[in-house]
Design a binder for this molecule. Structure first.
Ligand SMILES: [Zn+2]
Length: 546
């Protein structure tokens, strides 16, 4: 191919740095201008200094990693990845931290293709492919190796010194700004995803090879004595459902037509999630650590709730219609129900609706002769392709937003579509309760159900969509999650649960921290790892008998 132009690495690297700071950072700059009090000419020196600092810092970084033959491959990779990062930040108002990188790396191919659309392709072509093509057509005049090393070292030192000097000169402006608006550092690309990938990899490398047992002392407590009937508890682990859009919590639209008619349903109105992404919330929920002590490596290095239930002699089954259980079901039977099955009324060619997880479940329960805990991990309200999450019958709020390009839809249409997913989740949980009621009658089993969502969702509030915002400045919509408990009369009597007492506590502030201890408490499983003060049923059982 004929070269378009000749240049040397120093000029090219500086040009690429300028291009990155200018072309890919619309989200960063609009936030930056907003936190400096809105655009004003008197701030022009501050804008200019910030711009120069970023270009110089990036120039130092690029000079380091684009050594000789690495120049074109590294820049091509960076143009392409940064184009996608810029797309996600501007499209969904998201920022990029290590949890976001983890969510991207650990997602399944179907979830990834759900995000694909023509606007994303346009970003990829204009900001990824085009600059890459230009780089490959420029002839680079490479100096001798020793001269190249010397020049690069000089460029790095000079860039860092000038950036450092400018930073010092404007330190009074920058220090409070970056302290109060830490999200800015997660918005600056490509630095954000490089830093996030690095900390994600560091976490993965440091992962403990062994898993320490916990709750080996777990035993069934006094209420299990003289047991004549088996017990089955279903935990419905929701996906991306936010409490605000449940009519059970006062939402104006009737999104819970079925659950609101289920007698004995207990709805907790004030529950906070452990994280804002599946990759954090799910392992945290099933660990004994609680949010303040949670880290991925700690959770991975010790057993969790399902192990403790197994130690007490119960059968555990995880049925999955999501991207996996994030390690929490590693030592219990697992069934992947997310792959389409020919002949199922709940699957299409691409995926299965959540009700598919109920198919064959009564038979599974009958086949076990033990007490059971079953987790049903929903696809729920996973976005941005909300319209794919429910069958035709639940297309009740219209018009829908039937594209992953949310910018093409009005907020009302996005909310309509999201509300349809909640309507379907309402139906799914209600169907599960009906199945349990029937089994209680026909199979002489005492039954109960607990539902909670892993995290919430932003639906355009403050320009934010989806979820995964860093917890400390995440909007409430991403943290306030629905939670319901349903106990059959026989279950309630067996475990001496005073439901009027539980109902009186439903408006208290709870969180995912309560789940581990409450499931054990509800099932009267005694172990030193259960913290009674975090068990939301503790106050509602006869004192001293557990
Ligand atoms: Zn999730």
């Amino acid at each position: 191919m004929k070269s378009l132009y000749r240049s040397n690495p120093v000029v090219l690297t500086l040009t690429a740095s300028l291009f990155f700071v200018l072309a890919y950072n619309a989200s960063f700059w609009s936030k930056f201008i907003a936190v400096t009090g809105g655009f004003s000419l008197s701030n022009a020196p501050l804008y200019a200094a910030s711009f120069l600092i970023l270009v110089l810092m990036l120039n130092a970084l690029l000079t380091l990693v684009t050594f000789r033959f690495l120049f074109r491959p590294v820049l091509t990779l960076m143009f392409c990845v940064t184009a996608l990062a810029a797309y996600f930040m501007s499209q969904y108002g998201t920022v990029i931290d290590s949890t976001m990188v983890q969510s991207v790396i650990e997602t399944n191919p179907r979830e990834a293709t759900d995000l694909f659309n023509s606007r994303m392709l346009l970003y990829f072509l204009l900001l990824g492919v085009v600059p890459s093509a230009v780089i490959w057509r420029i002839k680079i005049n490479l100096p001798s190796l020793s001269r190249d090393l010397f020049v690069r070292l000089g460029v790095i030192v000079l860039s860092l010194l000038s950036a450092g000097g400018l930073t010092l000169a404007y330190y009074k402006h920058f220090a409070p700004m970056f302290r109060e608006h830490r999200e800015l550092q997660f918005m600056l690309t490509p630095v954000n995803y490089i830093w996030a990938t690095n900390s994600y990899l560091k976490r993965k490398m440091g992962r403990a090879a062994t898993v320490a047992p916990i709750g080996m002392d777990a035993v069934k407590g006094a209420y299990w004595k003289d047991q004549t009937r088996r017990t089955v508890t279903v935990i419905v682990l929701g996906e991306t459902a936010r409490a605000k859009n449940f009519s059970l919590n006062g939402y104006a639209r009737n999104t819970n037509p079925e659950l609101s008619k289920q007698s004995g349903l207990i709805n907790f109105t004030n529950v906070q999630s452990c994280g804002t992404a599946t990759a954090v919330s799910v392992p945290c929920l099933f660990s004994s650590l609680g949010r303040s002590n949670y880290s991925e490596s700690k959770a991975k290095s010790q057993q969790g709730l399902l192990d403790v239930i197994s130690h007490a002699g119960m059968d555990v089954l995880w049925r999955n219609n999501n991207s996996g259980c994030k390690g929490v079901c590693d030592r219990v039977p697992y069934e992947d129900m997310s792959k389409p099955v020919a002949g199922s009324p709940f699957c299409n060619a691409e995926e299965c609706f959540d009700e598919h997880m109920l198919e064959g479940l009564p038979e599974k329960i009958r086949a076990s002769n033990k007490d059971m805990v079953i987790v049903l991990h929903q696809q729920g309200s996973h976005g941005p392709t909300y319209w794919k999450r429910y069958p035709e019958k639940f297309r009740q709020f219209a018009p829908e937003c039937a594209t992953s390009d949310l910018q093409k839809c009005t907020t009302d249409d996005i909310v309509n579509t999201y509300d349809n997913t909640i309507l379907y989740t309402d139906h799914f949980i209600s169907q599960t309760i009906d199945m349990l009621r029937q089994m209680e009658r026909e199979d002489q089993i005492d039954v109960s159900l607990m539902y909670f969502s892993d995290h919430g969702e932003s639906l355009g509030e403050n320009g934010m969509y989806l979820h995964g915002a860093p917890y400390m400045f995440s909007p409430i919509e991403q943290r306030h999650v629905p939670m319901v408990v349903w106990l059959s009369d026989n279950f309630r009597k067996r475990f001496r649960l005073d439901t009027a007492c539980v109902v009186a506590r439903t408006e208290q502030a709870f969180s995912h921290d309560n789940v581990f201890h409450s499931v054990l408490g509800m099932l009267n499983i005694n172990t030193a790892v259960r913290n009674p003060s975090l068990d939301l049923f503790q106050a509602c059982t006869p004192a001293g008998t557990t």
